[in-house]
Every structure is written in structure tokens, then in C-alpha cells.
Design a protein around this ligand. Structure first.
Ligand code: NIG
Ligand code: FE
Length: 418
């Protein structure tokens, strides 16, 4: 039997409908609907319409009715399209060392950095990883995030990468958010690997990726293209192999040095993420491609370095998503909305450009066409903020917290005093 639920009245509904996938968006481009109701059927949006008209219809359908007696603004459930929330241990030491003058790459060379988290994550049992993911996902949900991409990449052997991906899948089975897993075994050349980068990547392509497909653990492959990680010429054959096996591609690109974004373009990746070091040349090449540029302001804040040239990317015509990069090393904060608002203030992004970056443009970076917009037929994933003016959301830079997060037509988070 169909399961209906109804939410209303919603003072201002920001549907994000009918906005472009690429390029700049004017401040006044949002089609705002006032005093709306949303009727969900089996988790999908059945109807959006005037509250007074839709409520009787919802009652007749036997919907579970949620009436709001304070003004609320609705956005599509937020989408965090780049995280590394499957890990064990802390890198507080790295953070202190960086602030005392060492660089991210120096710390990595000295055995800290990603390798430190690899050691801790290898020591962790699957159950511990699942608990860590679940706790972090809970925090994201309380901030209105309903879809979260989660990468492996702290295992760096076939078995350890599979352990991470299985933990992500099991955590995903029990949390009220969708977890989209990505294999990031090409995060760095493991220190305990006897062979070369080329041999490691061949091993991943021949051994690990087929196992991932066999177990249905992930459809996505990511790689860190950077000095100290993998060079463009090392990584291209691996990414082509992954594509041939049916994987979607995403790339950690242009974080400290350029090169990665061209790799993303050459292998028609869904997204190129980071881009802090991109120059006008990379910006224009990305804009001419279908690759989504993903800014990760949390990494800029965590490392204390410059932001992705988001304004330039949008003005050149690129599609821009914004993600938290939540990870123990470069981006421990894990607050998507705060970070997106800060990027917006710093880079002079319009309200719709920031909202697009954490809704439908982030959905496109994950190749998901059923979310990121509040429209009939899409998932009823929604976040409700306690205000009657959508501009208050970014203005408070994350401190205006949602009162409700709704996933597939069900309230999965409500603020304690709400
Ligand atoms: O996106 N840049 C590479 N990978 C991660 C950091 C992972 C880590 O430092 O543990 C990132 O910033
Ligand atoms: Fe990352």
C-alpha cells in the first residue's frame, strides 16, 4: 500500500527547479514559492502546491500529516559530494605542526599525513569503522545533509580497501541518509608496497577493481593526482582501465600543483575536486568541458590556504559544486553549510550559486538525477530552516541550524527544542 506523508505550511520553498547546470546564476533567479505544502508518496514528491489546497487532498489520501506552526524555509536535502568519513584516529598533531610552520607535504613525507591515518585505519576492525561513519553521518544529517559521498583510500591494499568499502556499505544500510561510496585506493603509493606506482596501479586495476564489482561495493573510482601522490602519466592508464570496467571517475585535482584537472577532462570524469591551484588556463579548460568543478572550502580552512577560484569558474561557464571534504587530515570540521557560506562570502557567490553547489549541482557530480531539486517525481529529501527568508540561511554561516531534516518523506532529524 502506498505510504503518504504531508508537510506544510512551508513559508518559503526554494525548489532549485529550472536553474542551469553550468555557469553563473543571478541573485534573483530563484523561483520562490510561498505557503506551500509537500505531499510525498513512497518517499517521492507526489505534489507541491498551496498549503490550503493540498492539505485536504493529503488528508483524503490518509497521509501522515505534519503541520508547522512557525515559519520555515525549505531547501532540497543537502548533498555532500566529497568526504572521507571512513577512518580511524585523529590528526590533531598534523594540524598543530602545520600551524607551527610545517607544510602538508612535508608532514606527509615525514610519515605523518595520510599514511598515519592508513596505519590507524588498518588497525581498526570493521565494526569500529562503521561506528565512526555512523556518528559522523549523524552530524551531517543534523545539518540537513541527506546524501553523502564516502571514499575509501586509507586501506591501500586489496583487503583493506575492501574492508573500508564494506564498512561504508554496512553503515549505509543503517543510517537515514544515502551513502555513495567511492574507491580511492589511488590516494598515495603505500609505503609498505615494494613495487612502483605503475605496479601498484596495475595491481589495483587487475585485482581490487574486479573484486569491488563482484561484491557490488562501489561504482566510482577516485585518484589523488599530485606531487607526492600520482602523476598524470601514472594515473591515466589506471583511470582508463577503471572506466573500461564500468566505473565512474572523479579526481582529486590541482590541490597544490596543476595537472589533475586536465586528467579529469581527458578521461571525462564526472568531477574534478579541490582546484585551489587552478590558474585561468585550467579554469577555462574545465568550463569548456562537462566536468563538474568541486570546491572544498573545508580543506582550505583546515590547511589555512587559498580557496578554489569559484567565482572565476562560474563566470567562465563551469558547473560548481561545493563539498566538505570531511577527513581527519586536511578538513576535520565537516560542516558543509558553514563552509559553503564562507566560500560564498569570500568568492562573492550569489545565494543561488551557493545553494546550487550543495544541491542539484552536487547531485550531478554524483550522477544522481533523482534529487537536489524539489519537484514532483524527485525524492522527498528536504531540509527546513527556522526563518521566513531564505537569505538568512547563508547569512548565519551555518549557525542557523535546521529544525527538520526529511529523508524520503520521513523526518529523520528534528532539533531537540523543535
Ligand atoms: O581531499 N588531498 C588528498 N586527500 C584528502 C586528504 C586526506 C587526508 O589528509 O587524510 C583531501 O584533502
Ligand atoms: Fe578529498
Amino acid at each position: 500500500m502506498a505510504e503518504y506523508s504531508y508537510f506544510g505550511p512551508i513559508a518559503e520553498l526554494v525548489s532549485m527547479d529550472a536553474l542551469p547546470l553550468k555557469g553563473a546564476i543571478q541573485e534573483n533567479a530563484l523561483g520562490l514559492l510561498t505557503r506551500q505544502g509537500v505531499l510525498a508518496r513512497n518517499g517521492m514528491i507526489q505534489e507541491i502546491g498551496e498549503h490550503e489546497k493540498l492539505l485536504p487532498f493529503a488528508k483524503k489520501a490518509g497521509a501522515e500529516i505534519h503541520i508547522f506552526d512557525t515559519p520555515l524555509v525549505a531547501l532540497p536535502g543537502l548533498i555532500d559530494c566529497h568526504t572521507h568519513i571512513c577512518f580511524s584516529g585523529s590528526r590533531a598533531r598534523d594540524y598543530a605542526l602545520r600551524n607551527a610552520g610545517s607544510t602538508y607535504l612535508e608532514i606527509a613525507k615525514a610519515g605523518g599525513g595520510i599514511w598515519d591515518t592508513v596505519t590507524r585505519t588498518r588497525q581498526a576492525l570493521e565494526g569500529e569503522l562503521i561506528r565512526g561513519i555512523t556518528t559522523r553521518v549523524g552530524k551531517h544529517i543534523s545539518q540537513g545533509v541527506t546524501t553523502i559521498e564516502v571514499k575509501s583510500g586509507y586501506g591501500l591494499t586489496t583487503e583493506e580497501e575492501l574492508k573500508m568499502l564494506r564498512a561504508i556499505r554496512k553503515a549505509g544500510d543503517s543510517v537515514p541518509a544515502d551513502l555513495i561510496s567511492t574507491c580511492l585506493a589511488a590516494h598515495m603509493l603505500p609505503r609498505d608496497y615494494a613495487g612502483s606506482s605503475k605496479e601498484y596501479l596495475e595491481m589495483l586495476g587487475n585485482e581490487l577493481l574486479p573484486r569491488i564489482t563482484e561484491e557490488g561495493l562501489s561504482k566510482r573510482v577516485d585518484a589523488f593526482v599530485e606531487e607526492g601522490a600520482f602523476s598524470p602519466s601514472d594515473i591515466l592508464p589506471y583511470l582508463e582501465k577503471a572506466k573500461g570496467l564500468g566505473f565512474e571517475i572523479t579526481v582529486h585535482a590541482d590541490q597544490f600543483t596543476t595537472g589533475g584537472s586536465q586528467v579529469a577532462i581527458d578521461c571525462q570524469a564526472l568531477s574534478a575536486d579541490h582546484l585551489e591551484a587552478s590558474t585561468p588556463k585550467e579554469v577555462s579548460a574545465l568550463a569548456q568541458s562537462d566536468v563538474i568543478a568541486v570546491a572544498l572550502p573545508g580543506a582550505s580552512l583546515g590547511l589555512g590556504c587559498g580557496f578554489t577560484p569559484a567565482r572565476a569558474l562560474l563566470d567562465a561557464g563551469a558547473s560548481l559544486a561545493i563539498a566538505s571534504d570531511h577527513n581527519p587530515g586536511s578538513a576535520p570540521m565537516g560542516q558543509l553549510l558553514t563552509q559553503a557560506a564562507i566560500l560564498g562570502a569570500r568568492e562573492k557567490l550569489t545565494t543561488p550559486e551557493v545553494f546550487a553547489g550543495i544541491t542539484f549541482r552536487a547531485a550531478a557530480a554524483l550522477n544522481l538525477s533523482d534529487r537536489g531539486i524539489l519537484r514532483k517525481g524527485m525524492l522527498t529529501d528536504m531540509v527546513l530552516f527556522p526563518t521566513n527568508d531564505h537569505r538568512e540561511i547563508l547569512y548565519h554561516q551555518g549557525s542557523l541550524q535546521p529544525v527538520y531534516t526529511i529523508k524520503k518523506g520521513k523526518i529523520v532529524y528534528s532539533k531537540p527544542e523543535a
